[in-house]
Design a binder for this molecule. Structure first.
Ligand code: GYE
Length: 329
């Protein structure tokens, strides 16, 4: 019974997609029929993911895979293990396979022009999700769906400015070097703490957005940098790694050393509820549904906004306790 309903729903979706395709001029790629037996109008998307470095990324991947399935879009998925050369290879192979649309989350901001030019020449539209690229040629992609990372950094800095008094010595755990969220979260934070001349970033190093990276860098900071008051971590995972290092050094996270992070994934929210993290800026990984909607439009040759910003908030410890029971990731 359930199977039948699912099949019927699938058929309706396919019919709807077919109807969309008819009027439009843009079924550019010849990806139709590539496996899946979905008929000629099934959209095929090649998605080049950054990796599986964090809780955020895991939730993001799941969201994309589930949304593709729900929309009847055939997804070709690759994991670049945080290496740009792997992402470039994946994109190039999607061009060769003549997918209908390519989406990716660029691990770093620069160095994409040549491979995106190949996609453009093959008439395959590209959608950036989550992270932006730094290129003068905005014709290389149709739209960018994701958060405003400068804004996130500002929210983190503002909390520190408004919720502490007296000198604050901050250590910063950055995301991977050259990534949009690492660059922008640093920038936004620095802008806000500029309001107080007694807040100072005394050390700043990349921890690659991983728990192990955050722990390792924090251990080094604790050895080399005296009197640390605050950790600003560009994501929850690095903050969680820092908690381990702080405890191992005999200090109390959230009390002896305050911790501010970005993301608000479940493990981060649990640490916030316990008071081990003091403040989290939300970054929403559930981009799948919006991405599939954009993909359908772009493939049909419809206009889409060049920038779609995700809406998000912030959490204190009390707010984390209230939000946790309904948290999906
Ligand atoms: O904050 C971090 C992940 O690009 C927004 O990447 C994403 C960031 C996220 O590894 O946890």
């Amino acid at each position: 019974m359930v199977k039948k309903i699912t099949a019927a729903l699938g058929a309706v979706l396919l019919a709807a997609l077919a109807a969309c395709g008819e009027g439009g001029s843009g079924s550019a790629g010849a990806g139709g029929g590539a496996g899946g037996g979905g008929g000629d109008d099934t959209i095929t998307m090649g998605f080049a993911q950054v990796g599986a470095e964090s809780g955020w990324r895991t939730a993001n991947t799941k969201s994309i895979q589930e949304a593709a399935e729900a929309a009847g879009i055939e997804l070709k998925f690759s994991d670049a293990q945080q290496r740009q050369e792997n992402q470039i290879k994946a994109i190039r192979s999607y061009v060769q396979q003549k997918v209908d649309v390519i989406a990716f989350s660029p691990v770093v901001e620069t160095g994409w022009d040549p491979v995106l030019l190949e996609a453009k020449r093959a008439n395959i539209p590209v959608i950036l999700t989550d992270r932006a690229i730094d290129s003068e040629d905005t014709s290389l992609y149709k739209t960018f769906l994701g958060s405003d990372f400068v804004e996130e950094g500002k929210k983190a800095g503002k909390w520190l400015v408004e919720n502490t008094t007296g000198p604050q010595r901050v250590v910063e755990l950055q995301g991977n070097t050259g990534a949009a969220p690492a660059i922008d979260r640093k920038k936004g934070f620095e802008e806000e703490i500029g309001a107080r001349d007694d807040i100072e970033i005394v050390a700043s190093q990349p921890g690659d957005f991983t728990r192990a990276g955050g722990k390792q860098v924090m251990e080094a900071f604790l050895r080399s940098t005296p009197n640390i008051d605050v950790v600003y971590a560009h994501n929850d995972d690095m903050g969680l790694g820092a908690i381990e290092a702080i405890k191992a050094a005999g200090k109390v996270p959230g009390k002896d050393i305050k911790i501010i992070t970005v993301d608000a994934v479940k493990a981060g929210m649990e640490a916030l509820a316990k008071g081990e993290i003091n403040f989290i800026v939300e970054c929403n990984p559930l981009l799948g549904e919006q991405l599939m909607e954009l993909a359908e439009k772009v493939v049909a040759g419809e206009e889409v906004p060049t920038r779609v910003v995700t809406e998000e908030g912030t959490f204190t410890s009390e707010q984390a306790k209230a939000a946790l029971p309904d948290r999906k990731y």
